[in-house]
Design a binder for this molecule. Structure first.
Ligand code: AP5
Length: 211
């Protein structure tokens, strides 16, 4: 089963994807994570993406479409969670062609819904491990030791685009480009909505009903 997880920045797509990977052995394809890795590795893709990401804008479609096409091909038919892709209707069209070309389909597009005021708190409070990528939140999921990853002991950092001044641009990009996917997937008859407000496990059990 292949699913798309979409919703505003900070709604919990990465958190819920991690649980789907751990408990259902699905494969997560997160374009945000892949782009951050490309930046850390200093690759050509990373150099092209960095300015857009730091400013809270979307990276050009063709760069992310190529990236996802490679990942989907190498998934070898394993059930996939697309986290953060597609981000607009053009990317959704490209995804549809990609999966059809492999004799597959997108079974469900799950829209995570939350109040905008909560998003701001989730984003400004997020801290991520530089080494293993584990995610924490100063308010809702604090690490046991300040600024240190519970899983591997490495330093926790704040993502550049989680600074208050960039969040507004990310939300605008979401509303302008990503929100129209709600109607797109509804018309395809594969849309499901999940309330993302509440403890992580509670949100997971709501989401699990659609997977
Ligand atoms: P990306 O990394 O995809 O960022 P995003 O969509 O803005 O989503 P986030 O990663 O910020 O949030 P999330 O929903 O995964 O929330 P999380 O689980 O971490 O993209 C970054 C950038 O890359 C984009 O701005 C763009 O430039 C570029 N990009 C990526 N994909 C692209 C594409 N397809 N096309 C073009 N450009 C692209 O949770 C957030 C916080 O809340 C955490 O601290 C967590 O601990 C906490 N939390 C989660 N769930 C709960 C809960 N239930 N209760 C309490 N706290 C919770």
């Amino acid at each position: 089963m292949n699913i798309v997880l979409f919703g505003p920045p900070g709604v919990g797509k990465g958190t819920q994807s991690a649980l789907l990977v751990e408990r259902l052995n699905m494969l997560q394809i997160s374009t945000g994570d892949l782009l951050r890795k490309a930046i850390a590795a200093g690759s050509e893709l990373g150099k092209q993406a960095k300015g857009f990401m730091d400013a809270g804008a979307l990276v050009p479609d063709q760069l992310v479409i190529n990236l996802v096409a490679q990942e989907i091909k190498s998934a070898g038919g394993r059930s996939v969670i697309l986290d953060g892709f597609p981000r607009n209707v053009q990317q959704a069209g490209a995804l549809s062609e990609m999966v059809q070309g492999l004799g597959q389909k997108i079974d469900r597009a799950i829209f995570l819904v939350i109040d905008e005021a909560l998003l701001f708190k989730r984003l400004t409070g997020r801290r991520v491990c530089e080494k293993c990528g584990a995610t924490f939140n100063l308010e809702t999921q604090p690490p046991k030791k300040a600024d240190q990853c519970d899983r591997c002991g490495s330093a926790l950092v704040q993502r550049k685009d989680d600074k208050a001044e960039v969040i507004g641009s990310r939300l605008k990009a979401y509303k302008d480009s990503t929100l129209p996917l709600h109607e797109y997937f509804q018309k395809k008859g594969i849309l499901a909505e999940v309330d993302a407000d509440g403890p992580v496990e509670e949100v997971f059990s709501r989401l699990r009903k659609f997977v």
